[in-house]
Ligand binder design. Structure first.
Ligand SMILES: NC(=O)c1ccc[n+]([C@@H]2O[C@H](COP(=O)([O-])OP(=O)(O)OC[C@H]3O[C@@H](n4cnc5c(N)ncnc54)[C@H](OP(=O)(O)O)[C@@H]3O)[C@@H](O)[C@H]2O)c1
Length: 323
């Protein structure tokens, strides 16, 4: 019988659809004895999983509940196969992206300030805000108090699992979508990241949803921000180091662009960091992938991989093939 270790903090009911030929073994954060398992589903928090790790023996396969698995290879060694939970974050992260985009175009952070001040008439200040941010100084009547997403050009940098979900959720807004990934392809048309600088001037909204790697480090720097439209919105749902923080702070303070970011560099963002006080910026503290549905989805992804493993079929989300 295959022995599968799972985080003891999770309710066993989450695993009710696992194959009958599996013995489920709860793994507590603090173990005082060794436990033999074949498959390890680690606690989503690396620090907790690492506490249990020294007592886990015989691991052949790790099924992570997270997309990021950076800490696992050094913890289990090169002979163990590691799979991530690709897909488990799609819905909440895509929903965050749409919400953050709309919140910025509908000036929700400013309206929240007005609500706190209890001053209804301040809504007319939005017209000046619109003119200042976008550089559109035409006399517009009635005054502009919100913008539209519909019809805008959106550059989606990263067209993987979450990028495709963002595209699906953007459909009702009839945006002109420019998809971008590492390499170009067709059906649908995806542009290569080598075209980033050339395509940036076309977009009013730039969404980042790609991994943090040596290649993507500071993909958006001063040069790229300079090529963005006046008042364009940069949405970072990916990882902080993909954007050059100093360049972002300078561009926000200069009124060049606006931004909505779930991730920062450094992270956590320290008290008093210049980003906290930048204008036209919405920050959430790396929460985009979170939802009450997360554990259910992540365990479902693990179950699929486990069934393929037991059937001797190829696994789908391998990030390290054990040697
Ligand atoms: N904020 C949060 O809470 C949260 C939650 C979940 C995930 N994330 C972030 O979102 C990222 C994407 O997740 P996913 O599940 O969609 O990953 P995925 O399915 O692996 O897709 C990644 C996409 O990024 C593209 N890409 C990789 N390197 C690139 C580069 N240097 N330049 C341009 N494009 C590049 C890939 O291009 P190809 O298609 O050409 O390979 C692919 O289209 C994760 O790595 C993670 O950093 C954040």
């Amino acid at each position: 019988m295959l022995r599968v270790g799972y985080p003891a903090i999770l309710p066993i009911e989450l695993f009710k659809d696992f194959p009958e030929e599996v013995e489920l073994i709860p793994v507590a954060e603090t173990l005082d004895h060794d436990v033999e398992i074949d498959v390890w589903i680690p606690d989503p928090y690396a620090n907790k999983a690492l506490k249990a790790r020294p007592h886990l023996k015989g691991i052949k396969l790790v099924l992570s509940m997270m997309a990021g698995t950076e800490w696992i290879p050094p913890a289990v060694g090169p002979h163990v196969t590691i799979c991530n939970a690709s897909g488990a974050h799609n819905v909440p992260t895509a929903e965050w992206t749409i919400t953050a985009t709309l919140a910025m175009l509908k000036y929700f952070p400013l309206f929240h300030q007005i609500q706190q001040a209890g001053q209804w008439k301040q809504r007319f200040k939005m017209s000046a805000h619109y003119a200042q941010v976008t550089g559109d100084k035409r006399p517009i009547y009635p005054p502009v108090m919100l913008e539209e997403l519909t019809g805008k050009t959106v550059l989606l940098v990263g067209y993987g699992s979450i990028g495709k979900e963002i595209e699906r959720m953007l459909e009702p807004f009839h945006v002109d979508l420019i998809r971008m990934a590492r390499s170009a392809r067709t059906e649908p048309t995806v542009r290569a990241v080598s075209e980033l600088d050339a395509l940036l001037p076309q977009a009013q909204v730039v969404i980042l949803i790609l991994p943090s790697t040596a290649e993507s480090h500071h993909l958006i720097g001063a040069k790229q921000i300079e090529r963005m439209q006046q008042g364009a919105l940069l949405v970072n749902a990916a990882r902080g180091p993909i954007v050059d923080t100093d360049a972002l702070v300078a561009a926000l303070n200069a009124g060049k662009i606006r931004a909505a970011i779930d991730v920062t560099d450094p992270e956590p963002l320290p008290d008093g960091h210049p980003l906290w006080s930048c204008p036209n910026l919405l920050i959430t503290p790396h929460v985009a992938g979170s939802s009450p549905m997360f554990a259910t989805r992540a365990v479902k992804v693990a179950e699929g991989e486990l069934r393929r493993y037991m059937a001797g079929e190829p696994l789908r989300n391998v990030v390290q093939a054990g040697c």
